[in-house]
Write a new protein. Structure first.
Length: 452
């Protein structure tokens, strides 16, 4: 089954390459700025069947004041609740009637509201997004309604699976006292302290033209599209309050640890290492390093912890999460109930230290690079994927060119680059260790020993 899936991906890449050849190079990106401060990126593609309209706001946990975590997620929901010109939910219904989709997501560094529509619905999508930016009205009744829903969502999140619980605890441990350690849904109790006035102030500061990036990607004429942008967004007033500056991220100076009891019988071990921000030149190497370390059973730590009779772990996975001011390379292991947790932790940490001092073999490095390259290239095939790549680079890093450089840096990676990145990040003073233990186990102890 995997072989056929791989063949399908290869054929998709051939189609992508042929399309690029027919277009004689990648689409050119045009950058404009309106008088109210709105940054506009236009990436026309004559081969695309649709157009993606995305508005990125520099609003996320990184910008949330202390004691107000979760306010961005609350605003994200609120901004679909209509305006004086459109009823609640009408934005999405109107675009669906045109054959399009409308949705949103929030990260720690930005919030994105996007509409993917047929080319002839571009004017409509721009009109609706401009209305969302310039006409949203907050009311006390809607504030209480959205806060109630947000509380329910946070309660559901708290009851999610062990891996979700573990990752939230890992981030809180790795980024203590910083918004990167807060969940998108907010910390317990903070929602109760939010007020309508606080939401209004946050809206005035963060959801404004000069704090946003509008990205158009897909099938459109850039001159005509820019005229539509000026018509709909040019009248949105400039901000009346300055955008909030995020707090600085303090360096980590020593290992951090946390233990939490969970229901069930499977202990979970998570280890994360703090790294530089996503714009750092080492980001591509760290992304590949995460796959080499714990990209499944055939990875270095996978072979160390899963292979054997009986296996010490049931599964081992890893990832690299790059954010504006910092990053986290982490490994998560589902520990066999009968395994010695202290032995599992020693093996994971020892294996990581070995990886930091042993260059990857060419075949495994090539395989990891091909996988990362494939994901990037497939993302670029769609209007939505390309628009997201450009918008994230501009809104989060302040440079749309950061998106174009990722693929080139990945292709140029050498074993020495990976070794250099590994030796910098896989250090004891950069790591955080989190254990989730079944309720019957004493804190810091596995089935047969302590996690020291």
């Amino acid at each position: 089954m995997r072989r056929w899936r791989g063949l399908g991906l290869a054929l998709a890449l051939l189609g992508w390459a042929a399309a690029c050849a027919a277009q004689e190079g990648p689409p050119v990106v045009r950058s404009e700025k309106l008088k109210n401060g709105l940054r506009v990126l236009l990436a026309p593609d004559t081969l695309a069947p649709s157009v993606d309209v995305a508005v990125w706001y520099r609003a996320g946990t990184r910008y949330e004041p202390s004691g107000m975590s979760g306010i961005t997620h609350l605003m994200e929901r609120w901004m679909f609740r209509g305006s004086p010109h459109y009823k609640a939910g009408e934005h999405r219904r109107i675009l669906q009637a045109e054959g399009g989709v409308a949705s949103t997501f929030t990260t720690s560094d930005a919030s994105c509201f996007f509409d993917t529509v047929p080319a002839d619905a571009l004017d409509l999508a721009l009109k609706l997004e401009a209305d969302r930016m310039g006409s949203l009205k907050l009311t006390a009744e809607e504030f209480e309604r959205q806060r109630k829903i947000a509380r329910e969502e946070r309660g559901q999140l708290a009851r999610s699976g062990a891996m979700g619980v573990g990752l939230r605890l890992l981030y809180a441990t790795a980024f203590p006292g910083h918004p990167y350690g807060w969940p998108i849904a907010g910390l317990e109790g903070d929602l109760d302290h939010l007020t309508l006035a606080a939401c209004e102030a946050y809206q005035r500061a963060q959801y404004t033209p000069d704090n946003a990036v509008l990205v158009l990607s897909g099938r459109f004429d850039d001159t005509q599209a820019m005229a539509l942008v000026r018509r709909h967004f040019g009248s949105v007033p400039p901000p009346t309050s300055p955008a909030k500056k995020p707090p600085a991220l303090a360096p980590q100076v020593g290992e951090q640890r946390a233990v939490q009891p969970i229901e069930g019988q499977i202990p979970v071990l998570l280890v994360g290492w703090r790294g530089p921000g996503g714009a750092d030149p080492s980001a591509a190497a760290l992304d590949v390093l995460a796959q080499l370390m714990a990209g499944g059973a055939r990875s270095k730590l996978g072979r160390e912890l899963i292979v054997g009779s009986p296996p010490r772990c049931l599964a081992v996975e890893g990832d690299f999460d790059a954010r504006r001011d910092g990053s986290l390379l982490y490994v998560a292991a589902l520990v066999s109930p009968d395994a010695d947790s202290a032995d599992v932790e020693r093996a994971l940490l020892g294996g990581s230290e070995k990886i930091a001092s042993t260059p990857p073999e060419d075949p495994e490095l090539d395989a990891a690079k091909r996988g990362a390259e494939l994901r990037l290239m497939l993302d670029e095939q769609t209007s939505r994927g390309r628009g997201q790549s450009l918008g994230f680079a501009e809104a989060v890093y302040g440079d749309r060119r950061a998106a174009a450089g990722r693929l080139q840096r990945l292709r140029e990676l050498t074993p020495a680059d990976v070794m250099r990145a590994a030796s910098e990040i896989l250090r004891p003073e950069r790591r955080s260790v989190v254990w989730l233990l079944p309720g019957g186990m004493p804190a810091g102890a596995g089935a047969k020993g302590g996690a020291r």
